[in-house]
Design a protein around this ligand. Structure first.
Ligand SMILES: Cc1ncc(COP(=O)(O)O)c(C=O)c1O
Length: 428
């Protein structure tokens, strides 16, 4: 049996490759761990999503969710394709802008922001989606030209509870019952142009979810529009477009998702006499997740009452499994034809028992020195990593049009103490 590998990665005579680059050789040469990103895959992901919507609805705009992978090169690839950016902090706004995305193509959707952070967004002229009414009140004397709120449409959904961001008890957005009041209050402060945003949850593979959520959301927008006599410049449905993480999982049917989303929008527009707004999406995962693998080495194999494959990739580099039980497909990149031999945990070097990147998975007999590859390492991997236990973040390389480029240097020891100050009295 040959190990399954996700497109665009390939099995070249039993070794993992990307566009004729042998990834085992690359990891040996560049050091371990190593994050390898495919430029072509990012472009392909963008075009697929863009085309699915644009052919059905011309007033369509993609804002890449920078939080998923805030790398300048990655953002620039998406900018070249036509993307704006969705940012959750002023620092993400700065990164997106450094990557060449102008402020008028950036949306800012912060959660529990300081007044100064909201003011930063207003000064730069980015679109702001206020997460709550009191957040808007903080800047009521200097509101942005377009006032937009993040709403909780009352329906959420996501691959698992940790990545559901709407519905009952979600910490994000304004509940349905208060949405009209929020816009009414903004009008009182002089707002004349409006937008609305939502984000129901992440990594959804079932197009029916998008149907149910956007039906509720666009209906809410229509009711508010009618009740207050306002038009929306844009309606933003967030991200959430899922990608398979497991062998055999069916891809999200983007054509069906786009069809029902656009139908729901048009129906609400005609039902409530609403002008057709710009339809905005903020994808993160679906742009970058499957564009990257994280390569590491097996450093020890411990087999007592349970088998642990020890590696140099732990929760410091791949937090998602420890944080919320996320699954990532893992293979032995230097020998893809090695047969699975038993159940193992794949673990890192961190002093925590939750330091597992694979739990109870069928895996071939691993040996010290093997190269492992973790798939779906583009989204929420580099951006969620840490220096815990003194681990330095690895180099990140792009396999692209002009060959192999380093897009982030591996950290060095001095990075770990950067900004720390030793008071005089502690120096002796
Ligand atoms: C406000 C907002 N927009 C967009 C996204 C991107 O979502 P995804 O990566 O599921 O596409 C997120 C992710 O949490 C988000 O919080």
């Amino acid at each position: 049996m040959t190990a399954f590998v996700f497109h665009p990665f390939e099995n070249h005579n039993g070794r993992l490759a990307l566009e004729n680059v042998d990834l085992v050789d690359l990891s040996d040469k560049m050091g371990s761990p190593l994050l390898v990103v495919s430029e072509n895959k990012i472009r392909e992901n963008y075009r697929k999503l863009d085309q699915a919507f644009r052919k059905r609805y011309g007033k369509f705009s993609i804002r890449y969710a920078v939080k998923s992978y805030p790398n300048l090169a990655v953002i620039s690839i998406l900018r070249q394709e036509g993307a704006g950016a969705d940012c959750s902090t002023p620092e993400e706004i700065k990164i997106a802008n450094m990557a060449g995305i102008p402020h008028n193509r950036i949306a800012f959707t912060p959660n529990n922001a300081h007044k100064s952070e909201l003011q930063y967004g207003i000064e730069k002229g980015v679109a702001i989606n206020f997460d709550d009414i009191p957040q808007m009140r903080l800047v009521k004397d200097q509101l942005p030209e377009v006032v937009s709120f993040r709403v909780n449409p009352g329906v959420g959904g996501g691959e698992f509870p940790g990545i559901v961001t709407a519905g009952p008890k979600a910490k994000f957005g304004i509940p349905v019952s208060l949405v009209a009041a929020a816009f009414r209050e903004a009008m009182k402060y002089g707002a004349k142009k409006f937008g609305m945003q939502m984000m129901a949850g992440s990594n959804v593979l079932d197009w029916n979810h998008f149907d149910a959520v956007t039906k509720a959301y666009f209906d809410l927008a229509g009711k508010v529009s009618k009740e207050l006599g306002i038009q929306f410049q844009y309606l933003d449905i967030g991200g959430g477009f899922g990608v398979p993480y497991r062998e055999g999982q069916k891809e999200l049917d983007l054509e069906k998702a786009a069809t029902c989303i656009v139908d729901n929008l048009r129906n609400a527009c005609s039902k409530y006499d609403m002008e057709e707004p710009v339809l905005m999406v903020e994808p993160g995962r679906s742009m970058v997740s499957n564009s990257a693998v994280l390569l590491g080495k097996v450093t020890n194999v411990k087999s007592y009452d349970k088998t642990f494959v020890g590696t140099d990739i732990g929760m410091n580099l791949l937090l998602r499994p420890a944080l919320y039980g996320a699954f990532h497909h893992i293979v032995i990149a230097n020998d893809l034809s090695r047969e699975p031999s038993g159940e193992v945990d794949i673990v890192g070097q961190i002093c925590e028992s939750t330091d597992k990147i694979g739990k109870d998975i069928m895996f071939p007999k691993a040996e010290v020195g093997d190269t492992i590859a973790v798939f779906n390492a583009g989204a929420y991997v580099s951006s969620m990593s840490s220096n815990y236990n003194g681990h330095l973040s690895p180099a990140e390389v792009l396999v692209g049009k002009t060959g192999i480029s380093i897009i982030k240097n591996a950290e060095t020891s001095s990075d770990l103490v950067k900004g720390m100050i030793m008071p005089e009295h502690l120096k002796n």
